[in-house]
Design a protein. Structure first.
Length: 545
């Protein structure tokens, strides 16, 4: 194992995303012609939304932190790394869900009182000590891509909010070629981690759609799942060790690849969403860069037939890296995006499959998967569909900005359940989404896909599009609440990979029971007795009183 010198630890790896949309403003684009046609057919005329205010025009509703708070924080991290600038505070005002983006269009917005950028674990500990002493809430900020309200500048019972931006805590700490493990500082973005590993002939293989901006600490804190999860598992399955700084001490977890030394405390911190402490280092299982990458596209007569085929693959364990199935409506929209709208209604459901690894092994796995898919009624399709999915997979979030500009509301949500319950859950969520919008008098279309499979079940990922309307936030909150009730009633999880945040917090007790909530609160009370850590997320602190 090698421990790397300081020059392997890049300062300030990633730049800020567009403040009121996704990603790099230079890569924003308009709507493809096929999508415009489809939208007109499905939603009718959607009046364009009024233009959003410019960043400089927005009023911040909460004042910056007081001078003595700022002086104490400056002592912890250096004066240059405490920022109360208007624009920087607004860049840390929330995540990137569609409601977040709609809130960015308001003339007055809440924002943290200061943005603080520590560069070491000691500095993180020093910031937490200042926050405890001075009664300030701390919201850890990784890539800022959260979609369930986990970055809200919610002070809880405290005087103000510090956004703890982890971008300076970035870089490779150690690399163990023999064990296939690498340790990174938690603020390292996914592309930076992959670059470090590629230079050494390795890969992590965690590719969520937010890949280009999210951080390893954020993935661990949210129990993220990437598009290659069939092959390499969810992010929590990749984590072999963590260092976490809490207000009452530091933990170093994950001593051996297997252990019976009591309950697995490491797992407690995966999904803790910044409410137990700050993850400062993440040790990860890695694999050699795949020699072969074999993409295939398949079609099925129906979503039910396709789901049966995916179940067969997951239960036999033929080993695809990616396997995803779009339902009929999502297949039609995907085809529209590649300009193939004429064929949309005759295509049934499309699936994308990727096998990778050593060339011979990848080819053998591909053949085994192909046999299962064919026996379940699948037909090989033009591999260009798979290539176009691969090519466009990180561009899709830009499409949402183009839709909003076109007057179209577009949001996603996800859940998971067993194979036996999959279709009942899909039906219940689709009805709650479509029916909810219909009650709000908006035409809509609900799309769905399976993108994460397990031997015992799968996730369902929904996209809903509807006319934006004059006041889109409140109707959506009613629809989303109805959908969450439907997920609970139909036996799904409140989240397969987006996490709980503040948006799903009211439903968590239904999923884990009151004893489960008491366990989380007990851990919070022990690690963070002053309740400063992200008080609005997971199990809101106000509810503890
Ligand atoms: C367009 C888009 C596509 C997405 N696609 C996917 C997807 O395919 N799969 C998926 O799993 N998710 C996806 N997400 C959701 C999001 O990217 C994930 O939740 C991701 O894990 C967040 O990482 P981040 O670094 O951006 O964390 P942030 O958004 O900065 O923070 C998320 C939460 O974790 C806490 N946190 C962050 N870093 C730390 C730390 N070091 N220690 C303690 N707490 C911390 C924060 O306080 C917050 O509560 C998507 C989001 C968007 C906007």
């Amino acid at each position: 194992m090698s421990t790397l010198p300081d020059n392997e630890r890049p300062d300030h790896e990633h730049t800020y995303m567009r403040w009121d949309g996704w990603g790099d403003p230079a890569r924003a684009h308009g709507l493809p012609g096929g999508v415009k046609l489809l939208l007109a057919a499905v939603l009718g005329r959607t009046p364009k939304a009024p233009p959003a205010p410019r960043l400089a025009e927005v009023t911040i509703s909460s004042p910056p932190l007081a001078d003595d708070d700022l002086a104490a924080l400056a002592k912890a991290v250096g004066e240059d790394h405490v920022d109360t600038g208007h624009d920087v505070r607004l860049l840390h005002a929330g995540g990137k869900s569609t409601p977040d983006l709609l809130r960015r269009r308001q003339a007055e917005q809440a924002a943290p009182g200061a943005v603080v950028l520590p560069a070491s674990e000691d500095e993180v500990a020093a910031v937490l000590a200042v926050a405890v002493e001075r009664g300030l809430a701390v919201v850890p900020f990784g890539g800022g891509t959260a979609v369930t309200g986990g970055l809200e500048p919610d002070a809880g019972p405290h005087r103000g909010v510090v956004s703890l931006d982890l971008r300076r805590l970035s870089g490779l700490v150690s690399f163990d070629e023999l064990t296939h493990e690498a340790t990174f500082l938690a603020g390292t973005t996914a592309p930076t981690a992959e670059t470090f590993l590629a230079e050494r002939g390795f890969e992590l293989g965690h590719f969520p759609q937010s890949f280009e901006f999210a951080t390893l600490g954020g993935f661990a804190a949210m129990r993220s799942s990437g598009q290659n999860s069939a092959g390499y598992g969810r992010f929590d399955a990749m984590v072999t060790g963590l260092r976490v700084v809490t207000p009452t001490g530091t933990l170093d977890l994950g001593r051996a690849p297997g252990s019976a030394a009591g309950p697995d405390l490491l797992r407690w911190f995966l999904g803790s969403e910044g409410t137990f402490g700050v993850i400062t280092q993440v040790r990860l299982r890695i694999h050699p860069t795949p020699e072969a990458r074999l993409f295939d596209a398949w079609t099925f007569g129906s979503f039910a037939a396709g789901a049966e085929a995916l179940r067969g693959v997951a239960q036999l364990g033929t080993g695809p890296t990616v396997i995803r199935l779009s339902d009929e409506d999502e297949t039609a929209v995907s085809l529209a995006q590649v300009g193939n709208i004429g064929k949309a209604l005759t295509q049934g459901c499309s699936a994308v499959v990727l096998h990778e690894g050593p060339a011979e092994l990848a080819a053998a796995r591909r053949e085994a998967t192909g046999r299962v898919l064919r026996e379940a009624g699948g037909e090989p399709a033009d591999a260009k569909l798979a290539a176009s999915w691969d090519h466009g997979r990180f561009k899709a979030p830009y499409l949402r900005d183009a839709l909003l500009a076109h007057g179209v509301f577009c949001e996603t949500l996800e859940t998971a359940t067993t194979w036996s319950n999959l279709h009942a859950l899909k039906k219940a969520v689709t009805a709650a989404l479509a029916g909810g919008f219909a009650e709000e008098r908006a035409k809509n279309r609900v799309l769905c896909h399976i993108s994460h499979v397990y031997p015992t079940g799968a996730s369902l990922y929904f996209t809903v599009i509807a006319g934006l309307g004059a006041e889109p936030l409140e109707p959506w909150e009613r629809v989303k609440s109805r959908v969450n009730d439907a997920i609970m009633a139909a036996g799904g999880t409140i989240s397969h990979h987006h996490g709980v945040g503040s948006d799903h917090a009211p439903w968590l007790e239904q999923e884990i029971g009151s004893a489960g909530i008491r366990m989380l609160r007990a851990a919070q009370a022990e690690l963070d007795p002053a309740g400063i850590m992200n008080p609005g997320a997971l199990v809101p602190r106000a509810a503890q009183c």
